[in-house]
Write a protein that binds this ligand. Structure first.
Ligand code: GDP
Ligand code: MG
Length: 295
């Protein structure tokens, strides 16, 4: 049998577990997740390397209606990715699709493409069977999907079936990326994202959305098995700087410690992490700042 490969776009509303699902499908964390919507800001490639296939997943920021410049650029990249893929994997949560505004936008997009679309209904660990069946029913009535699969990304339920269904839609083709490559993003990006994930977990209200992280220095000392990271957290206002630092530096210490432990786990190295906080006025509304911060 010939080698199979293809590109798969993961799309869906915010917060349904797209990034969690991607990490689980890859068996590796490459995308950060959080209970807050709009955690994912950049389009990230995740590469699954099998013996006889390669699946290149595109994790997109969620598709939703929006007015802010940052969010517009996120939605644009999600839509753009649809044009370039072989398969579309729509991930949804447990909400009924009827009268759902976000779902309407997405279904309209799907109807416009001729790509095979699979549906993963995620978070089924949170629902009883009697409720799940009508949900599946209302999705199949939409007549949009090649296959509908209930899954729980968090508890690794249904993912093998999902992987098989995806594999069936690949075509004979080359490995697009070397087999030891898991993502298109450099290590600096993943590290900045891990720090941003901890900010999402630790802070409240507008603070997560007002923060951006840039890794300014990354040094690997192979002899000492040590990774030295210097990163800057950008916020939009002086008052936010105070909140990120926290009373007696408590907040920034917690963010730094959680990020360091996760970096050590992912890279199997000891890490030394130094964090700075800087104010960049209204970066999320300024096209130039957005570009400089990687959006
Ligand atoms: P995304 O915005 O679609 O990428 O969603 P995330 O992957 O960031 O996940 C959003 C939240 O849903 C996080 O708190 C996840 O832990 C949670 N989540 C993801 N998958 C599942 C699942 O299968 N079951 C449950 N109960 N929670 C999940
Ligand atoms: Mg995400």
């Amino acid at each position: 049998m010939s080698f199979l490969s293809g590109f798969i776009a993961i799309i869906g509303p915010p917060n349904v577990g797209k990034s969690t699902l991607l990490n689980k499908l890859l068996g590796q964390k490459i995308a950060i997740t959080s209970p807050k919507p709009q955690t994912t800001r950049n389009t990230i490639l995740g590469i699954y390397n099998g013996n006889d296939c390669q699946m290149v997943f595109i994790d997109t920021p969620g598709i939703h209606q929006t007015r802010s410049l940052l969010h517009k650029s996120m939605v644009r990249s999600a839509k753009a990715s649809l044009g370039e893929v072989d398969v579309i994997l729509l991930v949804v949560g447990l909400e009924d699709p009827a009268n759902n505004n976000e779902m309407n936008i997405i279904l309209r997009l799907l109807k416009k493409t001729d790509k095979p679309a699979l549906l993963a209904i995620n978070k089924i660990d949170l629902i009883r069977k009697e409720k799940l069946l009508p949900l599946i029913e209302s999705y199949s009535k939409l007549d949009c999907f090649d296959s509908i699969m209930p899954v729980s990304a968090l508890y690794d339920d249904g993912l093998e079936t999902l992987r098989e269904e995806l594999k069936k839609r690949l075509s004979p083709g080359p490995r697009f990326f070397p087999p030891d490559m898991h993502t298109d993003k450099p290590e600096e990006f993943l590290i900045a994202e891990i720090i941003r994930e901890k900010i999402y977990y630790e802070t409240r209200e507008e603070l997560p959305y007002s923060s951006a992280v840039v890794v300014e220095r990354l040094e690997e000392d192979n002899q000492r098995n040590l990774l030295t990271v210097m990163a800057v957290i950008y916020v939009q206002k002086e008052s936010q700087k105070g909140m990120i630092i926290g009373k007696n530096g408590r907040m920034i210490k917690k963010i730094g410690k959680d990020a360091r432990l996760e970096i050590e786990r992912i890279f199997s190295l000891k890490a030394y992490l130094e964090l700075f906080v800087k104010v960049e006025k209204n970066w999320s509304r300024d096209t130039r700042s957005l570009r400089r911060l990687g959006y």
